[in-house]
Design a protein around this ligand. Structure first.
Ligand code: NDP
Length: 286
């Protein structure tokens, strides 16, 4: 089997990709090109980094039949939604899109599959949302998508914990089942949590560590970290050490890529071990 770098690119090859800044670290090309190759599709999936203010210009160049669509990552998810002609309910509710589909007539459809990816990762760890209070750390785009997906799945209560309380309060204003807390309120919120989700960038390589004691949390609570560099974050290590079930950010990343691939290429991804490929790519090089 040839690698994506050596396979033929023809005049018929479909173009898709991920747009972000920075984007060179993205695992999405690895995941989608592996699926493309296994499915025998004549397509290629690239990582595209526009100039800081160049997202709209890039999209203008790609729409109308040039590319079938793109995934979108930081910092362009809100702009992606704003540029769309139609948007799914998931994208509108999240206020952000991670997928843009370029139709032949020049229109753009936006979707947000992050919530789907999160719920898939949580389900794999045994979490069922109904009757299960949740604690979400963070109040950025990922936290907002998480909160909305949890509510949609039936979570009765969500405690949203964030450094900037006003950002948590803005999300809490969306639904009475959400409460906003500063970092000092995290321990009390964990008391009866059935799931804890880190949706901050704390614990990511190059970022400050996530300092949070899991002591107040039940050992049955699923602990999920959206951060996947490193894959086994300190939060997940601490959770595993006390016996909590865990879900990692890579499960979510692959989970959001599944509906993205189906929407971009009109078929579900083939069942191959993309997780193994990603794990190899995530091993730090000496
Ligand atoms: P945002 O930049 O929108 O939000 C960042 C969040 O982290 C904010 O709540 C911010 O708090 C908090 N934060 C950052 N630095 C600190 C700090 N020093 N102390 C306390 N809080 C801090 O990012 P996103 O919401 O888009 O992404 C959040 C994380 O989720 C990232 O690590 C991202 O990689 C990951 N992610 C993973 C996905 C996956 O598929 N696995 C998908 C999407 C995101 P404040 O509001 O106070 O600034």
């Amino acid at each position: 089997m040839s690698s994506p770098a050596t396979r033929d690119v023809t005049a018929r090859t479909l173009l898709a990709g991920v747009v972000g800044r920075p984007v060179r670290h993205s695992l999405s090309p690895l995941i989608h090109n592996a699926w493309i190759q296994a499915a025998g599709l004549d397509a290629v999936y690239l990582a595209l980094a526009p100039q800081a203010d160049g997202f709209e210009r890039l999209v203008a160049g790609l729409r109308g039949g040039v590319a079938v669509g793109v995934n979108v990552t930081l910092p362009y998810k809100e702009e992606a939604l704003a540029l769309a002609d139609q948007a799914s309910q998931a994208a509108r509710r999240a206020g952000a899109a991670n997928l843009m589909l370029f139709r032949d007539d020049g229109t753009i459809e936006a979707d947000n599959t992050d919530g789907h990816g999160l719920m898939l990762a949580l389900a794999q760890a045994g979490y069922c949302a109904s009757n299960s209070p949740a604690v979400v750390l963070g109040a950025g785009g990922a936290a907002r998508a998480a909160v909305l997906a949890l509510l949609e799945a039936g979570a009765p209560r969500i405690a949203l914990v964030n450094r900037s309380l006003d950002r948590a309060q803005a999300i809490a204003a969306l639904d009475p089942r959400i409460s906003a807390h500063d970092w000092a309120g995290a321990a009390r919120a964990l008391d009866d949590a059935a799931v804890l989700i880190n949706a901050t960038s704390l614990g990511m390589e190059g970022q400050p560590p996530l300092e949070l004691s899991l002591e107040p949390a039940p050992v049955t609570a699923v602990v999920m970290d959206m951060v996947y560099r490193p894959l086994r974050t300190r939060l997940l290590q601490a959770a595993q050490a006390r016996g909590n079930p865990t879900a990692d950010g890579l499960s979510m990343l692959i989970g959001q890529a599944v509906p993205s691939f189906a929407a971009l290429f009109g078929q579900p991804p083939p069942e191959i071990d993309v997780r193994g490929l990603c794990e190899k790519a995530l091993v730090p090089r000496p």
